[in-house]
Design a protein around this ligand. Structure first.
Ligand code: SF4
Length: 418
């Protein structure tokens, strides 16, 4: 088993639009088809009584109705390799610094987000445990096994952070509390802090408070879409999904209140039809509120309602990565930057020498997320190859080397001036 993915990945350069950005009019998801009754709500899996045993690898294709949270969680391939639960290696990475966990149920996530491999409409052709999230597989493992391994020596663990990702499911809140408590009962959250990647649709303020009381350090909201229009089209009414932009903001503002500055944030996917100006305006808004943005590059996941659409061109992605880093960590404001008629970044609002230093430092192009133990602007959550194939890296899960910076400069169209 290897983390080097062989999925048929459309290269970012294959953008059939001929543009260096993904325009709104092109990024229209397909409408979901009706799921046959016998496949709805995990019926087909739940009709069995096969006991779950140990680690479950996606594509095992065993119907395992009892494999559910809080007893079971899914974890990223990278986390499973780092934990020693699975063999394998990751291209140019020794390990991952974040133990990403995902709640799991035979009936899966009840939302239908157009870009997501776990979306509800996929129950028509794949059992939940056999689906991948975005790009990488997520094996299912008993939570007790994970805690047993990490609790042996949390101080010296390769993990700088643990994160619980909720999905849209009626048991999601209660099971998040149980999984969190199971962790903090045995592992000091000062040794390995915990983040919650929330699903606001079914949450209340009290739920947010409870995660804080149980020891969570950072609370993030998977806003994913950068504008209300893109949100509605990709994860709301447009695809028969229950999410609402206003509810996501309500919970994010509760998190700001409860967790405080620098301890809340939002996930944003770049390249789903928003302009660069729109996404960076949102990044600025989050910074002004005291929070952070964690960015993902849109990838057309096979089997999703957006699998016919182009991946985010690297030009657009690099411009947004760089500008977002300047806003988040260098006190540059979006108002200082200049944008063209298509909303593309034309000027980053700082001098050429300073800009060159930031580019050459490479951190702006690493995966963004909650911080680890190295420094504030280096994310523990490195998500190896979660938004691109290793052959055309979007978010670098390691420190980019000279040859990487050369490529990044080419993608940014900012050559070295000597
Ligand atoms: S709520 Fe999350 S897991 Fe569920 S379909 Fe949407 S993005 Fe995927």
């Amino acid at each position: 088993m290897s983390c080097i993915e062989n999925k048929s990945a459309p290269a970012a350069g294959d953008n059939k639009t001929g543009k260096d950005y993904n325009p709104y009019e092109v990024m229209e998801p397909r409408f979901p088809l009706k799921t046959p009754t016998d496949r709805r709500n995990g019926k087909h899996v739940k009709a069995n009584d096969i006991p779950s045993e140990g680690v479950y690898l996606p594509n095992n294709n065993i119907l395992a109705p009892h494999m559910k949270s809080p007893e079971y969680v899914q974890l990223s391939n990278a986390a499973a390799i780092t934990l020693g639960i699975m063999g394998g290696r990751m291209y140019r990475c020794e390990c991952t610094r974040c133990l990403n966990l995902l709640l799991t149920y035979p009936e899966g996530c009840r939302a239908n987000c157009a870009y997501c491999g776990l979306a509800r409409h996929r129950e028509a052709d794949r059992d939940y445990a056999d689906r991948n999230f975005i790009r990488v597989d997520w094996p299912a493992v008993p939570m007790a096994d994970i805690v047993d391994i990490v609790a042996k020596d949390p101080e010296n663990s390769p993990f700088h952070r643990m994160c619980i990702s909720m999905i849209t499911h009626p048991r999601s809140e209660d099971d998040t509390f149980t999984v969190l408590q199971q962790w903090t009962d045995r592992i000091d959250p000062d040794a390995i802090p915990v983040s919650i990647l929330s699903n606001p649709t079914t949450m209340t303020r009290d739920d947010v408070q409870r995660t804080k009381d149980l020891g969570a350090d950072i609370f993030t909201v998977a806003l994913d879409a950068a504008t209300p229009e893109v949100f509605d089209r990709t994860r709301g009414k447009g695809v028969q999904s229950p999410h609402k932009w206003s509810k996501y903001w309500e919970i994010m503002l509760e998190a700001r209140d409860i967790f405080g500055p620098q301890k809340f944030g939002a996930h944003i996917i770049v390249g789903m039809g928003e302009t660069e100006y729109e996404v960076l305006k949102l990044v600025q808004e989050l910074v002004d509120l005291g929070g952070h943005s964690h960015m993902f590059c849109f990838f057309p996941e096979q089997g999703s309602l957006m699998d016919h659409l182009p991946a985010t061109p690297r030009d657009q992605w690099r411009r947004v990565q760089l500008a977002r880093y300047l806003i988040d960590y260098r006190d540059v404001r979006v108002e200082q930057m200049k944008f063209d008629a298509q909303g593309r970044v034309e000027n980053y609002g700082i001098g050429d020498a300073e800009l060159a230093d930031v580019i050459d430092a490479g951190i702006a192009f690493r995966t963004s997320g909650c911080p680890g133990k190295f420094q504030d602007d280096i994310s523990a959550c490195d998500r190896p190859y979660g938004d691109s194939p290793p052959s055309d890296i979007a978010s670098y899960p390691f420190q980019p080397k000279k040859k990487d910076i050369k490529l990044i400069r080419k993608q940014l169209d900012i050559p070295v001036t000597v």
